[in-house]
Design a protein around this ligand. Sequence first.
Ligand SMILES: [Zn+2]
Ligand SMILES: [Zn+2]
Length: 367
Amino acid sequence: MGRRTFILLIVPLTFLYAQGRTGKTLDIYVIDVEGGNATLLVSPQGESLLIDTGNTGAAAPRDADRIIAATTDAKLQQIDHLVTTHWHGDHFGGMAELAKRISIREFIDHGANAQPAAATDAFLKDTYPQLYSKAKHTVAKPGDKIAISGLDARVVTSAGETIKSPLPGAGKSNPHCAEFKAGQNNAEDPQSVGIHVTFGKFRALHLGDLTMNKEFELMCPNNRLGTVDVLLGLHHGQATSNSEVLVHAIRPRVAIMNNGIRKGGEPMVMKTINTSPGLENLWQLHFSQLSGQEYTVPGMFIANIVDEQPAAMPIEPMTPPQPGATANPPPVHNGTAYWIKVSAEQNGSFTVSNSRNGFTKKYGVEQ
Ligand SMILES: [Zn+2]
Ligand SMILES: [Zn+2]
């Protein structure tokens, strides 16, 4: 065997090694579950935190498969921690299907359901205890840490309570509190488990579907969170959340909205996000009919389209149909789903990429 042959064997092995985890970045997959939530965080050491499991009913196997596509991409053998932010079907719906496909080692939630519903209460009585019987079950309290090596993952809200003292470096008075106007909400969204993650100088926040009255309790009179690099979720981009007391005070460089085709992204929210000081980009899981061309972001920042793509998007945002209206159902997206992936470095720089079109943008170290 000559010297030339030897080199040819070595090069592919080096290439394969480089495909594995380099042990340098925190990776975050924002997975399309059609206006629900499933957000996967993977530490440099390969430990994982999944926030929510997508939709219930007929959509559950589809959403579980979409989560598995992300765990496979991240080379995970198990999910170390699953946080269910709250007991709505678009957040816990795919859990039982997912548990058939991958081992889940810890189940974290806020405690009892605050909004009685037959299917949810049956799940909590019969199914959920079976799922966590061979794992760990934790009811989260504000201030709790979730043990993931390399990250500081902290519960900042749960069961309607918020952290009482500021995170390290936070606690300045919040100038947006004076203009705050209280909003309406259902009973479960305000119970959401909210997670703040620190990785070196990089910070990310996911508050589940926490509503604006709780945003006010968390952020006023003092901003207990400080600033973040990436704001995740945004309650699907709906107007019951996303007040200026939260968004403008935490000054995200990047926001990634888990909206659906006709869920979230309405003009009021788009205005609040796009006027947020220091915002560099808003990324969205879906084109939104509620944004219309007038309020949407450029398509390269949007991960998913619909199965039967219309020729053009109307300029005017669509007025959402009244609840219960059945005429003109939203377009569906059951085909290939794409994620938005964040890869963050300890120095606070990060890249965001769109798996549909390959568009990638680097956000450098803040000066
Ligand atoms: Zn979709
Ligand atoms: Zn939701």
